[in-house]
Design a protein around this ligand. Structure first.
Ligand code: GA4
Length: 346
């Protein structure tokens, strides 16, 4: 791990470190130990030789680019800003705002089957359909074949990583985490984010020094689900927060996936893995595009720690809860609010 000296930019301490890069083609037990170490120390790591074909990624990225290149009113037809569908600047339901436009999709395989009936040959034609699965949100989108191929591939990667984590943690039931994602009722989602270029702003108009205030694309938060598999183009912007409050910029690498622990995985590992806060800043002259797969369990899944991870020395940190209960709390709060603390046993 390379740790360079911290730099101070406009009051914010930035630390230049590189996240662990884990080569999935390595020897299995070595790989699983490296993953566990990264999840404990950083809650974030990158994977290479991940098995997701560049063709699948490129097709998905092209579709996303052509969608975001459309005129605003056409994009708006793709759905509602406050449920699944297209959104611009507004994040969640409680007034959070960022310099981002996005598409949110429910990746439930049953909904995909339903949606694929309406797949169009024009990949830019995402349009709204009604999902027949109450009590989920009613609005959903058609999913193209490139998108379902991508979702399948990243779901497979998420499951493989979760199995490696269980192995590295010596949990006897090796599919204890991945089972939740493989479930047909998994509440996993895919988010496509587009951060348009934002010219740098200067707070002090009279200052002669160069301006360097990147705008916040997606504010500081932790991911509520189990695991996030993020892929971005070659434009940086993602930063993660270290314990001491320093922000670490993550170097973009379009050939790798950036993986991070979500709140549920922190709870299911009894706090051994950390769900780390992160944010995305805009670039002053280039578009940043990211595609995040948030691997989540079914709504009625009970989130609990495998019994082997609870000992008299390390008693259960969180009470058992369902994903539905946790998700309700997440959506009742602001983006940057901490939620896991509300589920602690003591
Ligand atoms: C953060 C991670 C995912 O992007 C997301 C976000 C969700 C949303 O945009 O609708 C939330 C945010 C995220 C956490 C707090 C709540 C919910 C916006 C918000 C203010 C889709 C998710 O699952 O949680």
């Amino acid at each position: 791990m390379v740790v360079a000296s911290p730099t101070q930019i406009h009051g914010e301490r930035l630390m230049a470190i590189e996240l662990p890069v884990i080569d999935l083609s390595g020897e299995r037990s070595t790989v699983s130990n490296l993953i566990v170490k990264a999840c404990e120390e950083y809650g974030f790591f990158k994977v290479k030789n991940h098995g997701v074909s560049q063709d699948i990624i490129a097709k998905m990225e092209n579709e996303s680019f052509s969608f975001f290149a459309k005129p605003f009113d056409e994009k708006q037809k793709a759905g509602l800003a406050n449920s699944f569908g297209y959104g611009c600047k507004n994040i969640g339901f409680n007034g959070d705002i960022g310099e981002v436009e996005y598409l949110l999709f429910n990746t439930n395989p049953l909904s995909i089957t339903e949606r694929s009936k309406t797949i169009s040959n024009d990949p830019t034609k995402f349009r709204q359909v009604l999902t027949p699965f109450p009590p989920r949100l009613l609005h959903s989108l058609t999913i193209s074949s490139a998108m379902s191929g991508y979702i399948e591939a990243v779901r497979g990667l998420a499951c493989e990583l979760l199995d490696l984590m269980a192995e590295g943690l010596w949990v006897p039931d090796r599919s204890v985490f991945s089972r939740l994602i493989r479930d047909d009722d998994s509440d996993s989602i895919l988010r496509l984010n587009h951060y348009p270029p934002m010219p740098l702003l200067c707070k002090d108009k009279d200052s002669s020094s160069p301006c360097n205030h990147s705008k916040v694309g997606f504010g500081e938060h932790s991911d509520p689900q189990i695991l996030t598999i993020l892929r971005s183009n070659d434009v940086g912007g993602l930063q993660i927060s270290l314990n001491d409050g320093a922000w670490v910029p993550v170097t973009p690498d379009p050939t790798a996936f950036c993986v991070n622990v979500g709140d549920l995985l922190q709870a299911m590992t009894n706090g051994r893995f950390v769900s780390v806060r992160h944010k995305a800043l805009t670039n002053s002259y280039k578009s940043r595009m990211s595609m995040a797969y948030f691997a989540a369990p079914p709504l009625d899944a009970r989130i609990a720690v495998p019994p082997e991870m609870v000992t008299p020395i390390k008693p259960a940190l969180y009470r058992p809860f369902t994903w539905a209960e946790f998700k309700k709390t997440v959506y009742a709060l602001r983006l940057g609010d901490s939620r896991l603390g509300l589920f602690r046993t003591q």
